[in-house]
Design a protein around this ligand. Structure first.
Ligand code: AMP
Length: 149
């Protein structure tokens, strides 16, 4: 859920107070809200789209990738909509720790921690990002190659 007050704070921070008015912000708000409303992972978080859950708490959800690239392929996402790793802020530092800790826990839970696994965070088009909601890929169950494709 994105609150107007929170977004206004963000806009004020980045654009400078003098240029900011609610008139200006309203169309921007609509765009940001529409983006988060259409986000497939937000829909999974809200239960509007089904998923094979591995772990869930009040901040984090882990579920199996619909198009696995290895015998084990799990996505770990924050429930809060964050576009990608470039969009994190200081206020997300506990959440980011929790996401990484969840990746570890999930890897142990499904039995790939000992042999090894890969954490991937694709970012923006050249990074291969297709879903613009921050997520960690936890990939394992086979030998990983390097360099990645
Ligand atoms: P990325 O390309 O790094 O943004 O990763 C997005 C991942 O989300 C891809 O691996 C997709 O297979 C996966 N994905 C997309 N839609 C779903 C869905 N409904 N359930 C599970 N995984 C999904």
């Amino acid at each position: 859920m994105i609150h107007n007050r929170f977004l206004r704070t963000i806009f004020v921070k980045f654009l400078g107070k003098s240029q900011i008015s609610w008139k200006l912000i309203t169309p921007l708000l609509k765009v940001v809200k529409a983006m988060s409303r259409d986000c497939v992972f937000c829909k999974i978080v809200k239960g509007e789209i089904g998923s094979r859950k591995v772990y869930e708490d009040e901040d984090v959800l882990a579920f199996y990738d619909i198009n696995p690239q290895a015998p084990v392929h799990i996505l770990v996402v924050p429930k809060k909509h964050i576009e990608n790793i470039l969009a994190i802020s200081d206020e997300d530092k506990d959440l980011i720790f929790k996401l990484i800790k969840t990746c570890n826990d999930v890897a142990r839970q499904v039995g790939i921690a000992e042999k090894g696994f890969r954490l991937v965070v694709n970012t923006n088009p050249e990074g291969g990002q297709t879903v613009y909601h921050l997520h960690f890929h936890v990939i394992g169950g086979r030998q990983m190659r390097w360099p990645p494709g």
